[in-house]
Each structure stands twice: as C-alpha cells, then as structure tokens.
Design a protein around this ligand. Sequence first.
Ligand code: FAD
Ligand code: SF4
Length: 499
Amino acid sequence: MRTIWVFGDQLNRDIGALATADPRHDRVLLVESTAKLTSKRWHVQRAHLVMASMRRFAAELEQAGFEVDHRRSDSLETGHRDHIAQFRPDEVVATEPASWDGHRLLERCGVEVTRSNQFLCHYDEFAEWADGRRTLKMEDFYRWQRTRLGYLMEPDGITPVTGHWNYDHENREPPPRGETPWTSPPVSRLDTLDRQVLADLAELGDSSWGAPPDGTWATSRRAALARLRHFVEHSLPIFGPHEDAMTERSWHLAHSVLSPYLNIGLLLPGEVCDAVQDAYEAGNVPIASAEGFIRQVIGWREYVWGVYWRWMPEYRSANELQATRPLLPVFTGSGTEMRCVSACLDGVHDRAYNHHIQRLMVLGNLALLTGVDPWEMTEWMWSSFIDGAEWVMLPNVIGMSLHADGGRMATKPYAAGGNYIDTMSDHCRDCRFDRKQRTGDDACPFTTLYWDFLARHHDRFVKNPRMARQVRAAERLGDLEAVRERAAEVLERLDRGDL
Ligand SMILES: Cc1cc2nc3c(=O)[nH]c(=O)nc-3n(C[C@H](O)[C@H](O)[C@H](O)COP(=O)(O)OP(=O)(O)OC[C@H]3O[C@@H](n4cnc5c(N)ncnc54)[C@H](O)[C@@H]3O)c2cc1C
Ligand code: SF4
C-alpha cells in the first residue's frame, strides 16, 4: 500500500496526489501536530476551523472507502515516523505543500512530492511570467492570467469582455447611507465533532484566544459550497461598489468571506471563478462586480502566492523601513478609544475576520505609521485571522501593508491619515478624536502619525514619484514641529496601551 500524506490545508479530493488516489492501493495519513497547535497564540476559531475540517475530511475519505490514519502527534515529523513504524507503507507521497518550511520537512522525511493544482498558476509558471521583468506588476500578471485562463474574455481569447480590463474606479464607493443592502452568510449548527475539537483544544492549555466558534465558519466541503452559492446569489451582484468601504453596520458587506475555504482546500479557486463567470454570463451580475471579484482571486491571490515563492526565504526578514517597535498592546487587548481600530479589533476577536480594507487601511496602516516590527505584525495577523497562512501573510503584511520590502510589491506605502478613513467609513463620526486635527489632545492619531511618518521617511519617499507630493506637503506644514511632538506623545501612549 502507498500512503498519501495530506496536510491540513489540502482538504480536497481533487488536489494533487489525492486526485488519482484509489482506496484499493492508497491509504491516507493526516497528522494533528501538537507543536503546530501550540506554536502560536491562535485565535480559537482558526484552530477549530482547521481541526474540525481535518476531522470531517478524514470521515469523508473513510466513507469513500479509504483507510485513514488520522493521528495526533508531537510534531508532523513524529507523526510521519510513527505512521511508517505502524503501517510500513511501500511509499509515502504528498502534494507540494503551501509553505517553504513544509517543503523542507518533506525533504527531511524523504517523502515523494507530487505537483499541486491548488492554485491556477503554479509557481514555476509564475516564474516563467516573472523572468526578465524589471518589476512584477499585479495588473500585468492579472491580464496575463485572464488571457491564459479565459475568464471574462471575448471568444478571440485576447480581448476582455466589454473591452475593459479594470473597473476599480467604479468600485470605490463609501458605505451607503440608510438601509444596508448586504445579506449575512449562512451559519452552521455546531455538532458533537465541533464540541470534541473544542474540548481537545482546551486540553492543550490556555494559549488560544478570541470568541469561541459560533458556526460562522464552515468546516466541511458541503457547507463551504453552500457559502459559495449564497455569495454568488446574494452578494456577488453588489460586490463591486463597496469593495473598499468600511461600516459599523456590517462585518462582511458584500465580501465573499470565502478565503478560509480557499486556503485550506475546501474550495478551489477554479470552481469559485467558474461560478462567478456563470453568474455573469446568465446576466445576474454586472461586469464591475464580476471583474472585481475575479481580479481578487486570479489576480491578487495568485500573485501573492507567486511572489511568496519567488522571494522566499529572504522575504521573511525584510525590514527596509527599519521598523523595530514591538507589537502595540492594542493588538493584544489593551482596548482603545480610536473607534476605527476598536471596530476592526472587535471583528478579529468575534470572528477572526476583517475584510481587506480594514486589514490594510486601519490595522496595517496603524502598524506602518507607528513602525511596528514587520515580523511581529505578521505573526500577530497570522495567528489572529481565520484565513492566515505564511504564503499569504508575508506578501500582504511585509510587502503590501508595511512596505518592509522597500517597494518590491507595492510602489508606494499604503499610509493614510484620518481623512481617508473618514471618507471610506462611518467610524469617525462618533469617534472621540477629530480626524481633521493633527495636534492637541483631540487630534486623530492617524492624522498626526501620517504627517510624522512622511517627515520621518522624508529622504526615502521624496524620490518616489507617487509619494513626493505628500512628502513636500509635510515639509511645508507650518506646525510640523508641534505635529512631531504630538506624534511622540501618541507613540508613547500607544506603547503603554493607553490611547
Ligand atoms: C495586512 C493584510 C493581511 C492579509 N492577510 C490575509 C490572510 O491571512 N489570508 C488571506 O487569505 N488573505 C489575506 N489578506 C488578503 C485579503 O484581505 C483577504 O483575502 C480577504 O479580506 C478575505 O476576505 P474575503 O474572502 O471576504 O475576500 P473578498 O473581498 O471576497 O475577496 C475574494 C477573494 O480574493 C482573495 N484575495 C483578495 N485579495 C487578496 C490578497 N491581497 N491576497 C490574497 N488573496 C486575496 C481571497 O481569497 C478572497 O477570498 C490580507 C490582506 C492584508 C492587507
Ligand atoms: S477620528 Fe481617527 S481614530 Fe477616530 S475613527 Fe477616525 S480615523 Fe479612526
């Protein structure tokens, strides 16, 4: 018998080695590693998602006739070793793992690796696209992906439907006033398996945090497919316009909230994009929404996957802005009067989820402006979000959010003051701070820190054509000295967890 070793983020019969598996010749190994479960202070909903999904997947495989060795071990390595000792397989194979360390682990264990089809662009195909290019622009990659994959293309294969590639300009509306148009995703009922997972997690000690699972997150393929159908029917038609908006009246807006399932294999990117394309072709979805969503999946998601493999392992330690501040206490529960930050952190606590603009323009922006150490921020987000994984965290946190890679991924830092947050959200209205003030006790910390950031990094960004105007504006501020004094006070209070 051959053993197929399946990792906790490969939970799909159609992925890699499992796609051709046959219960008559193949057995499946799944390892729950105590070392992994205790390696970070995981949000309990994240730990539950992975463990419950693994257990349900193991049961599905058994129902399909496979012998499954689903074991708890001190580490993945010992799980593999103990499996060999007990079952003596002729061979152990695994699908290419999604992390740099996973590859090293399989090499050490002498496991045969088969090619992964979990992404639409394998990293060697990405390398072919990237080789010889001076800069790796997401927009170029996205158009290349659209053309090769054929999503939203005219029959000639080279022209985008409607003649346009990009609808970003239509997709930047602030939150609507009045009634919210978004329907909530389905909720699953917790069962005995969920309760057992939570009991097992509790036995590991008290390291996890956050609100316990409430059924927001699906832990089986069947339930994940139901979430996909719900999204396509109810949210996709209005996905575009408020893609960048934030509101205290909805935690999800029209976002798909499908990332956790895509990242652990319960859904595959191709089937998600096919469903979106079908809905567009049936006339149920405007092009700006269909294109906006497909861009996220075949563009951004596959792009960060590609750059992760291209730039690892050095990428992990990138810190071009020399940011060395320890993680701010606000991220670990000190509480804050900054209404936007507090709303995002409530979302992380309650569901282990924030949508993109909250991650980038509130939490990431705060870490960027205050100079939090990139690896500390990565670790915090990785352990806090329902969809965290190293391949997706590093480019998004180190590259896009903290500009720690010096602009390899994003040509300018996503730094913003209170004005931006006010335009795109309803947080500022009832905040104790005033987003227009940059000095004084009521000054919005984002506004103060934004100008301080531009002044602090003057020499670097004044040469950047996309930043020079703002840097020059900071230079000309009549009260720059007072702004910098207030910034020092804000930073000191944030360090104490007292703002
Ligand atoms: C600082 C920061 C940290 C992030 N951390 C993660 C993470 O740990 N895991 C994760 O999957 N995404 C991460 N993202 C990307 C993005 O914010 C999430 O994928 C998205 O918010 C998930 O919610 P959704 O499924 O409702 O997304 P939607 O808005 O519905 O988008 C559809 C899908 O597009 C994909 N997508 C969109 N943007 C990105 C992107 N930049 N990178 C990768 N995939 C993308 C996701 O799979 C997502 O499900 C991060 C972004 C930032 C700025
Ligand atoms: S005023 Fe500043 S701190 Fe308050 S919600 Fe607006 S941006 Fe956030």
